[in-house]
Design a protein around this ligand. Structure first.
Ligand SMILES: [Zn+2]
Length: 344
């Protein structure tokens, strides 16, 4: 008979790996359980790992993964990044010194039950990325989210109450944005597509967000610092519109208190993994994850430059965040790039 721990080890190796590396590390990092969720006989923890002293007044970077349980590669990318930073913190003075001036929080597995069961939704079959109380201006498709039945995909859950995983994430984002003059977050997902995409709000409407100027400034900074990169920057509504996106909700709730909050989503295009191995499409997880070891390794190293760039951009936000006339210029640029048909 296999023990409980052996079953978790088999079905949720990412959680076991996360516990191993945070326990083994010699460098200062603080691991917290921000929520526990039931899965049959198990209570699975949702961990947040803090690098830095979390002092008020410092800018913050947040890395999130595993919101959709089937998209395991998102959690794996965040865990791979944590490992890299923990290793480099042992010797790299610039990283050690950098943490005196910024805080980093990683929440690699937001939906451990979904990951354990290899499905998109949480234990209540709720799609957490449709769970917030925001209605889309054009959400007639099933994929936009629905409240008809938990047996259909993209189920939004209750209108009155966020799911425990969404609530835990909300508390983290509230606390971090409250104490930080500038917060950048990136939430790692995968989906069926040719390209790696970086999405920003909104998913519920086509008109631009208030902070569109800082967003395009960040895009330009990335492109000039890392030419020939493979990402497509776009508002999520360019791709498809949804109800209940958590980042739309958190941005509207916490992005307006005088502190800047820029939430990004990384959508890794799975076509890179599928096209050379079409049979992988026969397995649901094959649509969302690289199943061959060398492709998985490639996915895990592919986004390290982006994550390090986001760390530097957070640290040096005062050097690129637009002000005054720049804001208007950048807004115009964003309009012509992304909102030409929909000036708002
Ligand atoms: Zn996803």
């Amino acid at each position: 008979m296999i023990s409980k721990y052996d079953e978790v080890k088999q079905r949720l190796p990412e959680l076991v790996e996360l516990e191993r590396i945070t326990k083994a590390t010699q460098v200062p990092c603080h691991t917290r359980i921000i929520q526990q969720v039931e899965c049959g006989d198990y209570r699975l923890p949702i961990y947040a790992i803090d690098l830095g002293d979390m002092r008020e007044g410092k800018p913050s970077l947040i890395l999130v993964g595993g919101i959709h349980g089937i998209e395991r590669i998102g959690a794996q990318v965040v865990i791979a990044q944590l490992k890299v930073w923990l290793e480099r913190l042992k010797w790299e003075r610039s990283l050690q010194q950098g943490l005196a001036e910024i805080n980093i929080t990683l929440i690699p597995i937001v939906n451990p039950v979904g990951m354990m069961l290899n499905r998109r939704g949480n234990g209540n079959k709720v799609d957490l990325m449709r769970n917030s109380p925001i209605e889309s201006e054009d959400g007639s498709l099933l994929v936009s989210g629905q409240r008809f039945s938990k047996w259909l995909p993209w189920f939004r859950g209750s209108k009155q109450q966020l799911e425990p995983e969404s609530l835990a994430l909300q508390e983290e984002i509230a606390a971090i944005t409250r104490r930080s003059p500038f917060t950048l977050s990136i939430d790692c997902h995968s989906g069926f597509g040719m390209h790696d995409r970086i999405w920003f709000p909104y998913a519920y409407r086509r008109r631009p967000m208030k902070d569109i100027a800082p967003i395009i400034a960040l895009k330009l900074l990335w492109e000039s610092s890392y030419p020939n990169h493979q990402y497509i920057f776009e508002p999520q509504s360019n791709h498809y519109m949804t109800h209940g996106d958590l980042w739309d909700y958190f941005y509207k709730k916490f992005g307006r208190n005088g502190n800047t909050f820029l939430p990004l989503t990384l959508e890794m295009g799975s076509w890179n993994w599928v096209r050379k191995r079409p049979l992988q499409m026969l397995r649901l997880e094959g649509l969302f994850n690289p199943l061959v070891p060398h492709r998985k390794r490639r996915a895990l190293r592919r986004h390290l430059p982006l994550m390090d760039f986001l760390r530097h951009a957070t640290h040096s936000y005062k050097n690129w965040l637009p002000t005054g006339l720049q804001v208007e210029k950048l807004q115009q640029m964003a309009h012509s790039l992304w909102y030409r048909n929909d000036l708002g």
